[in-house]
Ligand binder design. Sequence first.
Ligand SMILES: C[S@@+](CC[C@H](N)C(=O)[O-])C[C@H]1O[C@@H](n2cnc3c(N)ncnc32)[C@H](O)[C@@H]1O
Length: 341
Amino acid sequence: MAANPGEDSTDAGGGPVRHIPVLLNEVLAALEPLPGKIILDGTFGAGGYTSAILGTGANVVALDRDPTAIEAGQALVAESQGRLRLVHSQFSRLADAAPSGGLDGVVLDIGVSSMQIDEADRGFSFLKNGPLDMRMSAAGVSAADVINRAKVADLIRIFHFLGEESQSPRIAHAIEKRRAEKPFETTRDLAGLIELVTPRKMKDKIHPATRVFQALRIFVNDELGELAQALFVAERVLKPGGRLVVVTFHSLEDRIVKAFFADRAGKASGSRHLPVAHERAATFERIGKPMVAATEAEAQANPRARSAKLRAGLRTAAPAEAADISIFGLPNLASLGKLGA
Ligand SMILES: C[S@@+](CC[C@H](N)C(=O)[O-])C[C@H]1O[C@@H](n2cnc3c(N)ncnc32)[C@H](O)[C@@H]1O
């Protein structure tokens, strides 16, 4: 598990944080944008990928669920002379923004931007004190709601599955005890308690609260569900010959993308219920290497790039397969959404 929401974007100088696009050359090589093509950038962020794609002469439809990213992107829309449409939307709904004739490419750069982590008010980082929020869309259930209201068994599952935190029961029980006296409100408040119950050891490379913060962020924003749905929708809206390029930053996300492309490669399949294997037509063929990581030079220059993994597929003419979420082998966390109700 490499993504590190609390620690991957410290700005030692204290100035505004710039988001450096990760694996940009590799993304462009896999996406092959050309004049006249229509590419959907599902994670506009600071517009790094979108600017580069516009630079090739292609048209871009860009989405972001964060209203501040959409606001900041208006200058690029104005500059683009009608070649960029920027839409406030989650990428699981990318079909709503796609032209009726389909798309030539879809790119997703999963996770949070450096600006989101850097803004203390968003509550993504325990390095800066802020409200325990973590909502990219600035709407819905916040991290504080989860911490203060979820059943202890659900907290254990969230920390264990989404953070791969081995001390989940200990942390969840300590949270339950503390919140009975006083609800958690800030990032430092929560990080402080976690540090108290699972103190940092000499060999630990990361802060004891890192995994819990990651789990909360993924849960609050339903990041795995968003990714899984976006892959299914991209399969439906890409034209034959269209390209799907996905950059992920931790193993849970990469596992989903890898499982999707493996499932869509059209291998023979069989199951206990359908023991006779049947051939399925591939809906995606691999583009280049199975997985592309950052070069040593990029990882040195941009710590965020260290855990990045790119996977890409070329859409065939075969009809889209069923959107069957079981191919990802994810545990059913939907019941957790009720927050202890
Ligand atoms: C890593 S940044 C993207 C950076 C961008 N590629 C660039 O070069 O500037 C991820 C962005 O995706 C957005 N995002 C994350 N999940 C999303 C979702 N499900 N739907 C739409 N946008 C999402 C975040 O708000 C954030 O702005």
